[in-house]
Write a protein that binds this ligand. Structure first.
Ligand code: OAD
Length: 343
């Protein structure tokens, strides 16, 4: 693995490097979230209690229409905000800071890329997210506060037509978001320095074909516990396949790049925000609700954003009337070097 990591490090360090990621549940297992298909530990092998006809039924739209209980049994547990990002998530963020990140296609609905501070312009949540909730029949939107309140009493129903509502997670049988197709139309024509595929079995389509459609001028990298899909069936000579734990590989990679301190700073600053009592980062990165109460997390965010504003002269996030959205923008502008210099 070491020689492949060295090669990867030299590509990342090359002039005008452009990095694109394709990731799945395996980048979040170190956060404590099970993946789907790993034998024994994967979600699908642990769903007996839900009495499903087949494990994927929990995310199947036709099954949901008849029996939404299975999904709702998991929904509360899966709702983002309970877990901290992994080193791998912060490595994606670090690529953004280094201005080499071009895109991150993720199959995950845990939103940990957002929580790590990756800007939404770079993220394609191919399988949707919990950001919005809609009625499956009349498509009326329900706000997340009402949804969570109703969930405590049973299965939430549309307040207009009484049909079931569900978050905009892409279920089997549903179409992927337009953003996925629009951006892939563009990205599939581009040449990247490296395409890093990590923590995915590449079993779900159309996501699974993306690495095979990436330009032949791009070096493909697989960081995963097992070999999969195109890397096995149609390997390219230039592929770098590393069968390893994602975070373990990132540890070694940042060592080679000389980016250890930068990664640690991002992780520390991120922890300060997220470990505050409220689930500030995620909820507010999803919502434009201006009437949020000032939570401890928000105070931390304001302090941090103010520090960033001083250093970088960005916006005016220290003001009390600044919206949380603006604060997030400020936080996303953290310049590692200046924060380090101030320490
Ligand atoms: P899978 O569970 O199918 O695959 C996860 C992959 O990550 C497996 O190959 C594991 O070996 C590997 N893995 C797990 N932990 C790892 C670690 N720490 N380091 C390296 N590799 C690790 O998950 P996905 O490919 O993401 O759909 O599944 C795709 C889709 O199937 C999901 O988005 C989900 C599911 O049905 C929806 O939620 C709608």
């Amino acid at each position: 693995m070491d020689s492949k990591l060295k090669k990867l490090a030299s590509l990342i360090k090359s002039k005008d490097a452009k990095v694109i990621f394709f990731v799945g549940a395996g980048i979040s297992t170190n956060c404590g979230i099970p993946d789907f298909r790993s034998p024994k530990t994967g979600l699908y092998s642990n769903l007996q209690k839900l009495n499903l006809p087949f494990p994927e039924a929990v995310f199947d739209i036709n099954y949901f229409k008849r029996n939404p209980k299975a999904f709702y049994t998991l929904a509360e547990e899966m709702y983002p905000g309970k877990y901290l990002p992994s080193k791998f998530h912060y490595f994606i963020r670090l690529c953004q800071e280094k201005k080499i990140l071009k895109r991150c296609y993720t199959q995950n609905i845990d939103a940990l890329e957002r929580v790590a501070g990756v800007h939404e312009d770079y993220i394609v949540e191919a399988h949707g997210s919990f950001a919005k909730i809609h009625c499956i029949k009349c498509h009326t939107e329900m706000d997340s506060v009402t949804w969570k309140k109703l969930m405590k009493k049973g299965i939430p129903r549309c307040q207009k037509c009484k049909s079931y509502v569900k978050p905009d997670i892409v279920f089997f049988g549903e179409s992927l978001p337009a953003k996925f197709f629009d951006l892939w139309e563009k990205d599939s024509k581009d040449d990247f320095t490296v395409a890093i595929v990590a923590g995915t079995s590449l079993e779900v389509y159309p996501f699974a074909v993306l690495p095979s459609e990436i330009s032949s001028k791009t070096t493909r990298v697989l960081i995963n516990r097992e070999i999969c899909a195109d890397f096995e069936d149609c390997p390219r000579k230039s592929d770098l396949v590393m069968l390893a734990d994602c975070d373990h590989a990132v540890n070694k990679l940042v060592d080679l790049l000389g980016w250890q301190d930068d990664l640690e700073i991002l992780i520390e600053e991120g922890k300060k925000l997220i470990e505050s009592p409220a689930t500030f980062t995620l909820e507010d990165s999803y919502t434009t609700d201006k009437k949020k109460k000032t939570s401890e997390a928000e105070k931390t965010a304001r302090a941090l954003a103010k520090k960033v504003a001083e250093v970088e002269k960005v916006a005016t996030p220290g003001k009390d009337d600044t919206s949380v959205d603006e604060l997030i923008k400020g936080i996303e502008k953290i310049d590692i070097k200046s924060v380090r210099a101030k320490k």
